[in-house]
Ligand binder design. Structure first.
Ligand code: 13P
Length: 285
C-alpha cells in the first residue's frame, strides 16, 4: 500500500510528476487505470465536484477504490476542487486519501483556516491535503476566474504552507482549466521563485493544451503533480459520438465502449510519458 504522503515527494526528488486524471464514470476510470498498469506508472485518479454531485461521494469512492484494487500499480484516489470543508471531510470519511481544499477565492487568512481545518482531520487518517493559491483561470466545473491578477505570490505561498500544514500546493502561474484560448503562457520565473521558498510539492492544474515541452520544463522547475481533465472527457465524448455514428441502430453498450476506451487509454499513456512517471510504480510494488 502506497503512503499518500510520499508519492508527490518521491516524484519531486526524482524529477517526474504524478498526473491526476479526472474521471467521469466507470468507463474512463477503467481506461485510466489500465493505462497506468500497462505503463507501470504512478498516477492519481481524481473526482471533480460535478462527478461527486452526480454519483455521490460514497459511490465515487467505492468506484475508485475498487477499480484501483484490480491492478498492481499504486493508484491514489483524489478529490479535486472541494470548495468547502464539509465536502473534504465527507471524502475523507469515505476513504479518499487525498483531498483538495480549494479556498483560493478567499483572502489568505480564510484560505489558511479552511485548509488547516481539513489538514487536522486528514492527517489523523493518513490522508493528504492539497491547497491552492493564486487563481487558475477558466470558467467551468473547477471554478470561474477570468481576472488579470492570477499569479500566486511567493510570500502568500510560504504563509499558506507554514500556517495550514498542507501537503502540496496548487499555484496559479498562468495556467487555465479547459481548452486554452491561444498559446498557454506559463510564468516560469514565478514558478522558480515559489519553488525556491516553498518546500511542499507543487501542483499544476489545467494540463490539457499545455505543450509537452512546457510541462517538462515545469516539472524541472518543481511541479510534482499535473492535473489533466478536459482532454479525457473530450476524447471520451468525441470518440463515443464517432462509434455511435459508425454502428447500426440500437447498439449495445458493450459493443460501443471498448474502442472508445482504447482511445482514452492512448491519451492517458501520452500524458504518463509527458509526466515521465512511466516505470515509476515499481518501487512501490
Ligand atoms: P484541464 O481540464 O484543463 O486538463 O484541467 C484539469 C484540472 O486542472 C482539474 O483540476
Amino acid at each position: 500500500m502506497i503512503a499518500p504522503t510520499n508519492i508527490l515527494r518521491d516524484a519531486d526528488k526524482e524529477g517526474y510528476a504524478v498526473p491526476a486524471f479526472n474521471f467521469s464514470d466507470i468507463w474512463d476510470l477503467q481506461a485510466i487505470i489500465e493505462a497506468a498498469e500497462e505503463e507501470s506508472a504512478v498516477i492519481m485518479i481524481a473526482a471533480n465536484p460535478l462527478v461527486i454531485k452526480a454519483f455521490g461521494t460514497e459511490t465515487c469512492s467505492a468506484m475508485g477504490l475498487s477499480c484501483a484494487k484490480m491492478v498492481t500499480v499504486p493508484i491514489l484516489l483524489h478529490q479535486d476542487h472541494a470548495f468547502n470543508v464539509d465536502a473534504c471531510n465527507e471524502a475523507l470519511e469515505y476513504g479518499f486519501k487525498s483531498v483538495m481544499m480549494d479556498a483560493s477565492k478567499y483572502e489568505l487568512e480564510k484560505n489558511i483556516s479552511m485548509v488547516k481545518s481539513v489538514v487536522d482531520k486528514a492527517h489523523k487518517l493518513d490522508a493528504v491535503v492539497e491547497a491552492e493559491i493564486g487563481r487558475i483561470r477558466g470558467t467551468g466545473i473547477e471554478g470561474d476566474f477570468e481576472g488579470g491578477d492570477f499569479l500566486a505570490s511567493p510570500d502568500d505561498c510560504v504563509e499558506l504552507v507554514r500556517e495550514s500544514g498542507c501537503d502540496s500546493l496548487a499555484i496559479g502561474i498562468g495556467n487555465a482549466h479547459g481548452f486554452y484560448q491561444g498559446k498557454p503562457e506559463l510564468n516560469f520565473e514565478r514558478l522558480k521563485k515559489i519553488n525556491d521558498c516553498v518546500d511542499v510539492p507543487l501542483v499544476l492544474h489545467g494540463g490539457t493544451g499545455i505543450p509537452a515541452e512546457d510541462i517538462k520544463k515545469a516539472i524541472l522547475g518543481g511541479i510534482s503533480k499535473v492535473n489533466v481533465g478536459t482532454i479525457i472527457h473530450s476524447t471520451y465524448m468525441n470518440e463515443l459520438r464517432k462509434e455511435l455514428n459508425r454502428l447500426p441502430e440500437n447498439p449495445y453498450t458493450l459493443d460501443v465502449m471498448p474502442p472508445v476506451k482504447e482511445k482514452i487509454k492512448a491519451v492517458v499513456k501520452d500524458w504518463i510519458h509527458v509526466c515521465m512517471c512511466n516505470g515509476k510504480a515499481k518501487r512501490y510494488m
